[in-house]
Design a protein around this ligand. Structure first.
Ligand code: LRH
Ligand code: MN
Length: 415
């Protein structure tokens, strides 16, 4: 829908009147939406592809510096991201101080560092049969050392968190010893945690399957939470929206983790079937809204502080321009948050206490069906961002300029 300043002003004043009637000040919403920044993964700036092939976009970043340039552009256009999440060894900085300065000049910092013990990239011992859970103690030790190296790189860039996702598991019954694999993982994570600075946090990501298809050592939130409690109180559970079996109630998982102050943060994306890594909010926008309802409620009711939660996108692009996809994802996340802020929580609580099931649904859907696009746009404009980043990106022919500068094919992403 084409944006016009006149239409925008009308929609904002209409929304302000509507919200004013419910005692909601539009300026408090705008400041909350403006303050809500989401980190972008370094590996989402190129065409990810699947095992069936990869179709390059052209103009993709060829190195870490160009990845930072693209995230700097996203930050400038949307004002919704202020940090990058790096993946090691895909993003090893040649000169950490120079990379840190370049990022600072672009107004971005370094969110959680991601270790990688799910590929072989020339290390001495293979991770084919697992890493932190491997039956071979030398391989577990090598994987621990890799994570400690990732922490050292993170410290040199100013990051304060380590994300661990393990592909570890098995494809056939009998292949793995479930309990020994868990014990090995727990001991390895304790060694990594012991090597983490006191002001760092460990985000432990779970995933039910892929690349292993019979069992995964950390398949669900419960196993991740159990391991985190064995490791330390700065270790918490990372929720990747794509890492759930079909029809899982993810908003309930979020509430359960906040109830224990065990929610580390998110890898935002969307999916229809498996870990499809599609654009956030493109398939199940109501689920994303319900997740933000639990987040806003959990913070307001002091289950867990908003500041303690990390916000990152984790997506992979095969048919969209990565920068356009990330603009859409940042917009969808901001809209879900804005709609969740509109929920009349007192009225919802009253319905829950009175058993007014219909009333409760009306409260939620009244917020979800409120058009907040003008609100999110106003917050972006007030933050100095583009009123319509996608239209600007296309009008300025930025992809064409990137192709002219970087060429049609080269890509530096590890996936
Ligand atoms: C695993 C995962 C993990 C990353 C990888 C790129 O599916 O979600 O967060 O390391 O994608
Ligand atoms: Mn992820």
């Amino acid at each position: 829908m084409q944006y016009s300043q006149e239409f925008h002003k009308k929609s904002i004043s209409l929304l302000a009147d509507q919200l004013g009637e419910n005692g909601i000040s539009i300026s408090s919403l705008i400041s909350k939406i403006s303050a809500f920044q989401i980190a972008v993964p370094s590996w989402a700036l190129g065409a990810g592809g699947t095992r069936f092939g990869r179709f390059s976009i052209g103009g993709e970043p060829r190195n870490l510096e160009e990845k930072l340039d693209d995230i700097g552009l996203l930050a400038k256009l949307t004002k919704r991201t202020d940090a990058v999440s790096l993946h090691i060894p895909w993003d090893i900085p040649q000169d950490a101080a120079a990379i840190r300065q370049k990022a600072a000049d672009l107004g971005i910092g370094f969110d959680a560092m991601n270790s990688n013990t799910f590929q072989d990239y020339g290390q001495a011992l293979s991770y084919k049969m697992g890493s932190l859970s491997n039956a071979n103690a030398d391989i577990r030790k090598q994987a621990v050392e890799h994570n400690l190296q990732v922490i050292e790189i993170g410290k040199s860039l100013g990051s304060k968190a380590l994300t661990v996702w393990l592909a570890d598991g098995s494809n056939f019954p009998g292949q793995a010893h479930f309990r020994k694999a868990l014990q090995g993982t727990s001991e390895s994570l304790q060694d990594i945690y012991a090597g983490m600075p006191a002001d760092w946090k460990l985000l432990l990501e779970y995933k039910p399957y892929e690349p292993n298809f019979y069992h995964t050592v950390i398949p669900d939130w419960g196993t991740s939470a159990m391991l985190c409690k064995q490791v330390g109180d700065r270790a918490k559970v990372l929720v990747d929206l794509g890492h759930h079996l079909p029809n899982t109630n993810i908003e309930q998982i979020v509430a359960t983790l906040m109830h224990q102050n065990m929610l580390a943060g998110f890898h935002f994306n969307d999916s229809k079937f498996g870990d499809d890594d599609l654009s956030t909010g493109s398939i199940k926008p109501y689920q994303l809204f319900l997740i933000f309802c639990e987040l806003v409620g959990g913070a307001e009711e002091n289950a867990q502080t908003w500041e303690s939660i990390s916000w990152m996108i984790d997506a992979s692009h095969n048919t969209k321009d990565p920068i356009e996809d990330l603009v859409q994802a940042l917009e969808a996340i901001s809209q879900a948050y804005a709609k969740a802020l509109l929920v009349d929580r007192a009225k919802l609580t009253h319905c829950q206490v009175e058993g007014d099931v219909v009333g409760a649904q009306e409260v939620l859907q009244d917020a979800f069906l409120t058009d907040v696009r003008a609100l999110v746009r106003e917050a972006r404009i007030q933050s100095g961002g583009e009123a319509d980043p996608l239209a600007f990106y296309r009008k300025e022919k930025i992809r064409e300029k990137l192709i002219a500068q970087r060429g049609k094919d080269a890509t530096a992403s590890g996936l």
